[in-house]
Design a protein around this ligand. Sequence first.
Ligand code: NAP
Ligand code: GDD
Length: 348
Amino acid sequence: MLEQKRKRAFLTGISGQDGSYLAEFLLSKDYEVHGLIRKHSIFGTERIAHLYQDPHEPDVRLSLHYGDLNDGSNLTALLKEIQPDEVYHLGAQSHVKVSFLNPIYTVETDGLGTLRLLEAVRGLGNQPRYYQASSSEMYGLAAEVPQRESTSFHPCSPYACAKVFAFWQTVNYREAYALHASNGIMFNHESPRRGETFVTRKISRAATRIKLGLQERLYLGNLEPQRDWGFAGDYVEAMWLMLQQDEPDDYVIATGESHCVREFCELAFGLLDLDYKDFVVVDPRYFRPLEIDVLQGDASRARIKFGWTPKVSFKELVTMMIESDLELAKREKLLLEAGYASTVNSGY
Ligand code: NAP
Ligand code: GDD
C-alpha cells in the first residue's frame, strides 16, 4: 500500500496566541510544522514550549526558524528550503493602540510584510495554499451590524489600514496568479494565552491578582465598546478548514454575539465574588484616537460552506480565562512569598 505523504505547514506568528493553538491543532492532524520566530533577548516561545521537540530526536515534527516579516530574502530562502503545502500567515504587530504609536512599523510589518510573504510564495514552483489573518478591525466604522463578507471596509487605525492592504493583496494574488489564497476575517478571539495587554486578558489577570491581594486597581480605557469575543482554539480550526476547500474564498469567523468591555469586567470580577466597580478606574491614557463602537460578525458563509460554528460561549470563555489566571496568580503569590519579584502590567 502507498504511504500518504505527511503534509507540511509553514506558520508565521507561531509564538503568538493563534500560532500556538494552530501548531497544536496541525500536529494533532499529523502535519510537519515549521514556524517563523524572531530573535529576542529572552526566549519568547513560552506558548509553544510544551510542543518543543529536541531537534536531535528522530521524527521531529515541529521546527522553528529565525526570521522576520521585514526581511523578504529570508522568507524566500526559508520557503524554498521548507517547500510547504500550506502557509498560515499569522505574524503581525497586532495591537491596535500600539499601531497609533508605531504606525510606520505596523504598516511595514502587517502590510508590506504580507506582500513580502506572498512574493516568496509566488516564487515557489509548487504553490502552497495560503491563509491570511485578516481582521474585523477592517470594518471599523462599519455601515451595518452585523458585519459580513459583503460589508464595506472603513478602517480606523494604522493597524486596520495595513490589514486592508494585506487583505486586497491576498485577493490580488488569488486572482492574478491563481494562488489558493483565503482571508479569514476573524473577529476578536481570546484565551488563557491571549497577550496581557489586550483588554480581556488584562481584565482576567487583574481580577485574579486583586482577588489574591497582589494588585489594588485595574486601569482601563473606554468601557463601552462592544466586541464579538470567541475562543481562539475554535478559530484556528476555521483557518485550517478554509485551506481544505477546493476553492479559495474569504470568510467571516465570529460568534454573532457582542458584549461591551464593562460586561466583560462585570462577569470576570463576578466569578470571583467581586464587584468590578470597586476596582476598575477609567484612565484616558488607554483611550484611542479613534474607537470602534460595535463589532459583531455574521459567520453564515463559513457555517454553510464547511460547517464551522463556535463551540465555546462567552460565559465559558470568561470562566476559562479566570480559572487559568487564578492558578497563575496563586503561583505568583507563592513566588512573591519566597522572595521573587512580581510582574506588573503597564501596557496598553
Ligand atoms: P499575537 O499573539 O500578537 O501574535 C503575533 C505574532 O506575530 C507573534 O508570534 C509575533 O512574534 C509575530 N510577529 C510580530 N511582528 C513580527 C515580525 N516583524 N516578523 C515576524 N513575526 C512577527 O497575535 P494573535 O492574537 O495570535 O493574532 C494572530 C494574527 O491574527 C495577527 O495577524 C492578528 O493581527 C490577526 N488577528 C487576530 C485577532 C484576535 O482577536 N486575536 C483577530 C483578527 C485578526 P513575537 O512573539 O516574536 O512577538
Ligand atoms: N487593549 C486595551 N487596553 N483595550 C481597552 C482597554 C485597555 O486598557 N480599555 C478599554 N479597551 C477597549 C479598546 O478601546 C477596544 O475597544 C476594546 O477594549 C478591545 O481592545 P483590544 O482587546 O485591544 O482588542 P481590539 O479589538 O482593539 O483588537 C483585537 O481584535 C482585532 C479583531 O477585531 C486585536 O486582537 C487585533 O489584532 C484584532 O485584529
